[in-house]
Write a protein that binds this ligand. Structure first.
Ligand SMILES: O=P(O)(O)OC[C@H]1O[C@@H](O)[C@H](O)[C@@H](O)[C@@H]1O
Length: 226
């Protein structure tokens, strides 16, 4: 009998297409603090990190812990305010998780998002019942590309890392999956297909979930030699 497989979904950029809102609100926050950032690679540097890590990355160690917390909350409040009217699952996602549920595939979420942002997305879209575990920024000491988020999710699902398939849109997230020993499906909401060329854990690239079928994907991951 073949080992049981689990799906672990990144949240932002995979379950919903919102990463531009995170970028815009981060840049607004830093502008407000006197730092005009116009980095092409902002997303690559920050996606999937804990918000506190992102604040420290650009404002340094001189900021107090209380201010780091306050700035992260200000940015996330603005993000939720701006993104709320657009809140919707990525195309095909609902049918995909319904099919995975019918096939009794265990599912979890591994995100760098805060508890408030997780509730906003997964609570707001009534998605929480699909997931046996939801690991977020508050549950780990390090955000992506550290593998801690994905390893913790695998552990809570009770599935060995090599039998977990990660769904990711961000390069640090794919690196986290690789370091966790997991294969990945790359979703092109934040990057082009070409930008995933060096991502070693990726066995499948898709724009959204419309053409993805859970059991076919598991078969494809088993055949993939990475
Ligand atoms: O893509 P993930 O892991 O769901 O990460 C979401 C996080 O990604 C980071 O880039 C943002 O700065 C956070 O604010 C956001 O919550």
């Amino acid at each position: 009998m073949q080992d049981r497989v689990a799906f672990i979904f990144d949240m932002d950029g995979v379950i919903i297409d919102n990463m531009q809102y995170h970028v815009d609100t981060w840049l607004a926050l830093f502008r407000d603090k006197g730092h005009e950032l116009s980095l092409d690679d902002f997303l690559e540097k920050t996606a999937g990190k804990k918000a506190e890590e992102v604040v420290r990355m650009f404002l340094g160690e001189s900021v107090t812990d209380a201010d780091v917390q306050k700035y992260a909350e200000q940015k996330d409040f603005l993000y939720r305010y701006l993104y709320r009217p657009k809140l919707a699952p990525l195309a095909g996602f609902m049918a995909f998780v319904e099919a995975a549920k019918s096939a009794e595939i265990l599912m979890g979420v591994g995100t760098g998002g805060s508890p408030e942002n997780i509730e906003f997305v997964l609570g707001g879209l009534n998605l929480k019942p699909y997931f046996k575990t939801i690991v977020g920024a508050a549950n780990v000491s390090k955000g992506k590309p550290d593998p801690e988020i994905y390893l913790k999710a695998a552990d809570q699902l009770g599935i060995a890392p090599e039998n977990c398939i990660v769904f990711e849109d961000a390069l640090p997230g794919l690196e986290a999956a690789r370091r966790a020993g997991m294969k990945s499906v790359a979703i092109t909401t934040s990057h082009t297909e070409a930008e995933f060329a060096a991502a070693e854990s990726v066995f499948c690239i898709a724009g959204d979930f419309t053409n993805l079928k859970p059991l076919a994907l598991i078969e494809e991951s088993r055949q993939a030699v990475l």
